[in-house]
Design a binder for this molecule. Structure first.
Ligand code: GRF
Length: 203
């Protein structure tokens, strides 16, 4: 399966996908990695793996619609079967999400529907949660609101701060994101009528 990965930062989830593809565990070819921010470490990771990289800086566009149209054109030039958002820190227009409906995944660092949006680790701590985690979901027009594919749960421990908790969550991210991508690549995972299905069963 041809995959395009979108990033804005360090790309540790991208690295998990690169490693999975390299080991043969993941039946994907990463056709391109696109960042909206120049000079992020994720681009270096892609470059080191011999993957085509593109930077499309949102600051060069007058509005969100114009950026998203350009981004769609760039993505589509690689003809991916799946678009993977891996720390891509942009709110997407409905036109964009509709265009990739059922073939775009995101990873969000909370147990959705809890803590949509930013600063999830601190908010989980402030709320006194005993557990926190991460969710892979199909992307719909609703921010962090598409149907969940897989979640991983971690305990919140005494003495945690946001950074410690984020680290514990990220270790799980690197397990569940490749797994979800593998399911999709094998044709086991799909979205139908707004719901995620694994082997034809509702998730
Ligand atoms: C991850 O915590 C992910 O859940 C969130 O952004 C972060 C990206 O990290 N959406 P990385 O760039 O993959 O290291």
């Amino acid at each position: 399966l041809r995959v395009v990965v979108l990033i804005s930062g360090s790309g540790s989830n991208l690295q998990a996908l690169i490693d999975g593809a390299a080991s043969g565990e993941l039946p994907i070819e990463i056709a391109a990695v696109i960042s909206n921010r120049p000079d992020v470490f994720g681009l270096t990771r892609a470059h080191n793996a011999g993957i085509v990289t593109q930077t499309l800086d949102h600051k060069g566009f007058t509005n969100r619609e114009a950026f998203d149209v350009a981004l769609m054109q760039l993505i589509d030039s690689y003809e991916p079967g799946l678009v993977v958002l891996a720390g891509f820190m942009r709110i997407l227009t409905p036109e964009f999400t509709q265009h990739y409906l059922g073939r775009m995944l995101n990873i969000h660092p909370s147990l959705l529907p809890k803590f949509q949006g930013l600063h999830t680790h601190q908010r989980a701590l402030d709320a006194g949660e005993s557990h926190h985690g991460v969710t892979v979901h199909f992307v719909t027009a609703e921010l962090d609101g598409g149907p969940a594919v897989i979640q991983a749960k971690v305990p919140v421990l005494a003495g945690d701060d946001a950074a410690l908790l984020a680290k514990r969550v990220q270790r799980q991210e690197h397990v569940i994101y490749p797994l979800a991508v593998k399911w999709f690549a094998l044709g086991n995972l799909a979205m139908q009528e707004g719901k995620a299905l694994l082997n034809g069963e509702l998730l």
